[in-house]
Design a protein around this ligand. Sequence first.
Ligand code: ADP
Length: 756
Amino acid sequence: MPLTSVADRLRESMWRSANDKRLKRLQRVVDAMPENPPEAPTSFDATSDAELAGFLAVAGEVAGREVGLDPFPNQYLAAAALLRGFSIELATGEGKTLVGAMAAAGWALEGRHVHVLTANDYLAARDADWMGPLYRGLGLTCAAVQADQDLTARQTAYAADITYSSVAEAGFDLLRDRLAARPGDRTGARREVVLVDEADAVLLDEARVPLVLAADAEPHRDEHALGLAAYVRGLEAGRDYVVAPDRRTVHLTDDGLRRVEDDHPDRDLFGTDSEFLVSLNLALHAHAALERDVDYLVADDRVWLVSGSRGRVDRLQRWPDGLQLAVEAKEALETAPGLQVLDQLVIAELVGGYDKLVGMSATMRSAEEELESLYGLQVAVIPSHLPCRRNDHPTRLHATSGHRDAALADLVRESGERGRPVLVATQSVRESERIADLLRGLGVECVLLNARNATEEAAIISRAGEAGRVTVSTQMAGRGTDVVPSPEAVDAGGLLVVGVGRFPSARLDDQLRGRAGRQGDPGESVFLASLADRLVTDNDPDHPEPAVVDGGGEVEQCRANRRVLGVVDHAQRVSDGDQRNLRWLSWRYGELLRRQRTHLVEVRETCLEGPEALDRLAEHAPEEVAELDERVGEDELEEGARLALVAAIDAAWSAHLGHAAELREGIHLRVLAREDPLTEFEKEMGAAYQGLSGRILDDAVAALLEAPVVDGRLDLESLGSRIPSATWAYTVTDNELGDDFTRMGRALRRRLTGRG
Ligand code: ADP
């Protein structure tokens, strides 16, 4: 396609975007791409306009020849933006996979290793496979990391110029590398350039989900938790506590609070013993909101989370510690083997470890400010290659959820009958099941899709564009896979996306809308909300009532309803602001620990690589080490010191993390004591870290002296076995607990101050 013929159209839409100057400059580079691309370069410098233009021309040529995709002009522009360090917003279906690959190839030719992070293993494998010929055509290698790979396979994958992996695997590998017992046990990943797909989802929405490595630990019996589990069993549902209809939250009523106060006369619940209330709430949540064999299974003396409804146990997920403990106590699992958290990280720490971070997604612009302040990203908005023809309707607001459901059923049935594919998106797995049941009960055939298996999901979602097909899903299900409407579906108006209730941020709404109307296809989107939606009840409980509703309970779009019609938008802004604050707060809470960890990892690395461990121990305990030196060989002593020190570092860090978690759980309640929780947290963790290095050295020396010496040989094996091996890798589920605490915090504030 001649580049100049589309340049005008591009400019038209482009200049409206906020960052036109940057794009204008890049557009000139794209316009200057040579007609006959030169030979594939063996190196290039993206800061030079001429070299960038030359590289793009070659990459495009190779993509056309080897992958069968001739890049559109906006894809060249997008790749140029990435190579110049911008993160890009590019609409769904515009071909970010190819854009990312062209940029990744460019970085690799600049001599840097590139990791492309995707949402899951399926997409990592798919994209590496799909784009492989492009890389090979440019003389580069690429590979994908998968969850089931062993160390050797991972080392091979990380040795490639470009490595695709899921965000989780990249995180687990960083954690494993930090805990390697020997230099050869590391994956060899070089963290130079990282390109994050769906960057706003990963960097913002999932930013607070920690990735954890843990080892088996001794079973423990927690009397306090067991006692609370027994106590909450005696509380009365409806009177002492209320379970939300969606069973996602439980809270004590005023009666309940009074009863708890009466039952614990020696406790100052809203003062010094406020932490008691936190564990009581967890026990209550475990008791009333979580159901055995539905939300979790009990097997092998452990509690296993179930994700989705088909009984699939998710071995990769755990609840936050307090809740996990509360559920174990509910099930009286006194012998449940505990888990010892060895190390953990959040996404910020993972991506922060690279020299260069760049992202792409269809919905970045509205979060640009936050992405810039947290991650230093600058977003360039790339226009789409064809104008978007999607029709986004205003939200239809209903008085009750019953009215909303009825309207939903009508809309879906009627659209389906006209041969139009419909994608219904809900906010939770439970809700998606409820809606699917509702539709089926009315005789509407539908396919239910919820986050279970990425491969299966991709297959289902790729068929969601067939004429008359109704698909019910959660918001992110099947992400990364295109919904292509069939020709009959296009005739019927394209894909209709229906959101059941608006999401907690406008950005999430936009992510959903983007499923329809890709690459100039027709399509429509609408949200059906109700005043009973959680978004509204949580964030704008004192909203005005509608003046006029129609026969179906829909709030009419008229002047008298002006204020109530704005309620959902308002509630969404409140919720978005809360989420942003939470992210900022958890970022701040994590900062100190991240610095401490970085420092400790550096020490550990030098010990792992060289003879420094022995030097440090000899300096700390000269006499003891000198004495040992006379009994065993130098090499052995060095190796022994290394093993002992590494084991001591790991144990100390694990304990430090445990301390931080405990402190963190109750610290926000110090507001009640008029202390600033963050300052207090940093003070205590700073002090704890001060004591750490002395203790590490003491422990390492003690371990070294304790190790048996047989026939003048130091028992290295017993020293090595002190280094705990991580048997568990999981993420802490991003459930609604965090919101519970916000809510509880508000309730407490209200009680204490008389305002909410
Ligand atoms: P995104 O991640 O931006 O939503 P994808 O990378 O999944 O988009 O690509 C969407 C679809 O567009 C794919 O089916 C892909 O084959 C197609 N596509 C991408 N680039 C081109 C191109 N230059 N020419 C033709 N089809 C393309």
